[in-house]
Design a protein around this ligand. Structure first.
Ligand code: ZN
Length: 381
């Protein structure tokens, strides 16, 4: 067997779970039917099968720029995304299973179905109402990160200056406790350092990072310090490596910022030309310009860099505390060799080449996340 054939067979036997993809934006704004082949996304059902990915957490994410950070429009937009993912399995039960538990994922894998799951990125979609945490839980949402790139009154973000001094307030702590009570996983991706530590201190269930890398290798605020990675492991949680080049390589990010400034007129022109349904089509049009220009102007980051970040988490903790959260369809560049979900076996081959056993690799691909889901399901009260 060649190394690639070996990787593919390991990939097929493993239950692979990815913690974060933004594909639902394409589903609801452009009508992409991801049960079949789609040219404009990083992920669809045929490529999940090709790459051996069994389960995807689809991110429910509302653009603050167009919908604000609270109120009816945010709620409606988040609810529409939840229903769009639930509808996948309703329309094509031959392809998808809507999953909310580890057992659901294992059953889907055994039955040859793809598991679709939900995570909420940006707690502003609860509109500062505690009961909306339970609303989302009942509709199937199984993780939530409080903040996206804007700090909220109750949680700080790594994406703005306010986040540096903003932790969880009393309401924010109540939200984390409510997530613990329900069995919704507590996600620290995107939160500020201060909020991170408040969440770790408050949560009585394992804490996860659904799509974050290591600051030791790429020093950006979205990534985790070594102390944070150890703290997540200390709760029994998992750090899921993100594939975005800007979080893999600091240098790529610096160069991207320069290109972003240069191509601003092109982005604005594309956004002006987009027919506007609430603004999200403008964002997609701008992102297409970014994708094209980043690909032609920036040297790609190799997919092996993802394995470097995985290695770092393993060295700091153990092979029990690392996973994958690609952020496919939420990123305007992908690593060379991981341009879509179909190329996931390249990463598997690299991990095997680095000496990880099949058992290790299956933990990294999904086993660790399944363990955290099972533990969290047991802790609900
Ligand atoms: Zn994100």
């Amino acid at each position: 067997m060649t190394p690639n054939e070996q990787a593919l067979s390991v990939q097929r036997r493993a239950v692979a779970v990815d913690m974060h993809a933004d594909t639902v934006q394409f589903v609801i704004d452009e009508g992409a039917d991801i049960s079949g082949s789609v040219a404009t996304t990083h992920l669809d059902a045929p490529r999940m099968r090709e790459g051996g990915l069994d389960a995807q957490f689809f991110s429910v994410w509302v653009e603050p720029e167009f919908y604000g950070l609270g109120g009816e429009r945010v709620i409606a937009r988040a609810d529409a995304q939840v229903e769009a993912i639930r509808a996948l399995a309703e329309r094509r039960p031959d392809v998808w299973t809507f999953a909310t538990t580890a057992a659901d994922i294992r059953r889907a894998h055994e039955g040859g179905k793809l598991a679709a799951l939900l995570g909420l990125e940006g707690g502003y979609a609860i509109d500062e109402k505690l009961e909306r945490v339970e609303h989302y839980f009942r509709r199937g949402v199984r993780y939530m990160t409080p903040a996206w790139t804007h700090s909220l009154s109750w949680a700080g973000s790594s994406g703005d200056a306010l986040g540096a001094t903003r932790g969880l307030n009393d309401f924010g702590r109540a939200v984390v406790r409510e997530m613990n009570r329900l069995g919704m996983l507590v996600d620290v991706s995107h939160v500020s350092d201060k909020t991170f530590w408040d969440m770790v201190e408050t949560s009585t269930s394992p804490v996860i990072a659904t799509h974050s890398n290591c600051r030791a290798l790429a020093d950006v605020p979205r990534n985790l310090t070594d102390d944070m990675i150890r703290a997540i492991a200390g709760t029994g949680g998992v750090v899921s490596a993100v594939f975005y080049p800007g979080f893999l390589e600091q240098d790529w990010r610096v160069k991207r910022d320069a290109v972003e400034a240069e191509i601003r007129p092109l982005i604005e022109e594309a956004e002006r030309g987009a027919s506007d349904k609430g603004g999200s089509l403008k964002r997609l049009a701008g992102d297409r310009v970014r994708t094209r220009e980043f690909a032609s102007r920036l040297a790609p980051v190799p997919f092996t860099r993802v394995a470097d970040h995985i290695d770092h988490v393993v060295k700091l903790t153990s092979v029990e505390h690392v996973g994958c959260g690609s952020d496919f369809d939420g990123i305007t560049a992908t690593p060379a060799g991981l341009s879509s979900v179909a190329e996931l076996p390249n990463l598997t081959a690299e991990l095997l080449r680095r000496g990880y056993t099949e058992e290790d690799v299956s933990k990294i691909l999904g086993g660790n996340v399944l363990r955290v889901m099972e533990e969290t399901e047991k802790l609900t009260h």
